[in-house]
Design a protein around this ligand. Structure first.
Ligand code: PLP
Length: 439
């Protein structure tokens, strides 16, 4: 496929933007080739600067859960824009958005809005350290929590895509306070708490890891991994931060907490703090962190933890987030679930027919495809997949007009605009891509 306009834009971009992109995975570094420069999107479809149309399975990495340019969301933003772009002062939309989130997600008693998932996790760590008076943060290999210094060690997403151990520029002092454990390894968690429990401020985990591909937490003796983490942390006076930036409002109406949260009063457990992003902003820059009221009360101005933002609670962003959450009713989750299941089956069938080892893993309506036979339970498992087969598959899909995440370590994102007709277009492209993967 030749894309002269995108190629020219990429060449120009590389002159003035590092690697030509504003976020690493967009550069197609691990799959090679020129990224299409996108100019328009509607529903499940994208158009690039050369006029080529694609079915989108990236969804801007999650936010576009109602499809692109959803009329209700666009109208809400247009209407808000007409009343002023930013006030830097309280405005009604922030209240409505926080009320909607606290209604949906039990453990969130109070919520503060920020501008990205990174800001949300960064701020949650600060609150956890202030609340406990401790420094150490425990994270899991393969979990990505944004580009927060303390959380870049063995992170997923772009850090996994480019096989980086972490990031240069993070001080030794910062890295020293982060302990990285293998995901799902209860013995390692218990051993660490036995040895250093009194130093640990918080454990942070993706509610269901989805930045090394989708790796749902597993139950043991009827106790899910997230609940085990909450109980282990609480027994040592530490906190659990559940990162739902990616799974929030996507894995289910209540995010992944709606999938593995308590089933009754006797089963009660909750993370202390939760973080959100992506869907909560409907495509505009919004993140949020929230949780127990006594913890959130630590924030300035009432409390001693400083946290702020010129554009936080921006009226356009809250309008887009509210319109998106309003569109996410039970019927929308059924459409999403059905599109996700159909696509999973189609991909599995095509890869099986072509004899390509693969495993599809899900967390609620979220899923990803690993190019290996055995299930993936950890980052080490995720890395032991055939990324070259993925690369061949990726390029054949792109040639067939299907825009996949350009990395074997990312989830695939469907939207309520992925209608049966759209899925048929994906079905047409799959057999050739599966054969390419098999070569
Ligand atoms: N946490 C998780 C689980 C994420 O998936 C991401 C982004 O992919 C982030 C945090 C960071 O969010 P942002 O890219 O908005 O800073």
């Amino acid at each position: 496929m030749t894309s002269p306009v995108s190629a020219d834009l990429f060449a120009r971009a590389q002159q003035v933007i590092p690697s030509g992109v504003n976020s690493p995975v967009r550069a197609f570094g691990s799959v090679g080739g020129t990224p299409p420069f996108l100019t328009e999107a509607a529903g499940a479809l994208l158009r690039d600067a050369d006029g080529t149309e694609y079915v989108d399975l990236v969804g801007s990495w999650g936010p576009m859960i109602l499809g692109h340019a959803n009329p209700q969301v666009v109208e809400a933003v247009r209407e808000a824009a007409g009343r002023g772009l930013s006030f830097g002062a309280p405005q009604p939309g922030e209240v409505s958005l926080a009320e909607e989130v606290t209604r949906r997600i039990g453990p969130v008693e109070q919520l503060r809005l920020v501008n990205s998932g990174t800001e949300a996790t960064m701020s949650a760590l600060r609150v956890a350290r202030a609340a406990t008076g401790r420094d150490v943060i425990v994270k899991f290999a393969g979990c990505y929590h944004g580009h927060v210094d303390a959380l870049l060690a063995e992170a997923g997403s772009g850090v996994a895509t480019f096989a980086m151990p972490g990031s240069a520029g993070v001080t030794a002092a910062t890295a020293k306070d982060t302990v990285v454990l293998p995901y799902g390894d209860r013995e390692a968690v218990s051993a660490l708490f036995a040895e250093r429990g009194g130093e640990i401020a918080a454990v942070i985990t993706e509610a269901a890891p989805a930045n090394m591909g989708v790796v749902p937490p597993r139950e043991e003796d009827g106790v899910g991994f997230n609940r085990f983490l909450a109980e282990t942390a609480h027994a040592a006076g530490a906190l659990l931060i559940s990162d739902e930036v990616l799974t929030g409002f996507r894995a289910s109406r209540e995010g992944y907490y709606g999938v593995d949260g308590p089933t009754g009063a006797e089963d009660a457990w909750a993370p202390d703090l939760m973080t959100f992003g992506k869907v909560i902003g409907g495509g505009l820059p919004v993140g949020a962190f929230g949780g127990r009221e006594d913890l959130m009360a630590l924030l300035a101005p009432a409390g001693p933890v400083y946290q702020a933002g010129t554009l936080s609670g921006n009226p356009l962003a809250t309008a887009a987030g509210l319109a998106t959450l309003s569109g996410l009713d039970e019927a929308a989750y059924e459409v999403l679930g059905s599109a996700s299941r159909t696509l999973q089956q189609m991909v599995a069938e095509a890869l099986t027919t072509a004899g390509v080892p693969h495993v599809v893993q899900t967390a609620g309506t979220l899923f990803s495809v690993f190019f290996r036979e055995e299930p993936v339970h950890s980052y080490a498992d995720a890395k032991a997949q055939d990324t070259e087969a993925f690369t061949r598959f990726f390029h054949a899909m792109l040639e067939g007009g299907i825009y996949l995440p350009p990395s074997a370590f990312e989830a695939w994102f469907v939207s309520t605009a992925h209608t049966p007709e759209v899925l048929d277009r994906i079905a047409e492209a799959l057999p050739r891509a599966a054969r390419a993967a098999a070569q």
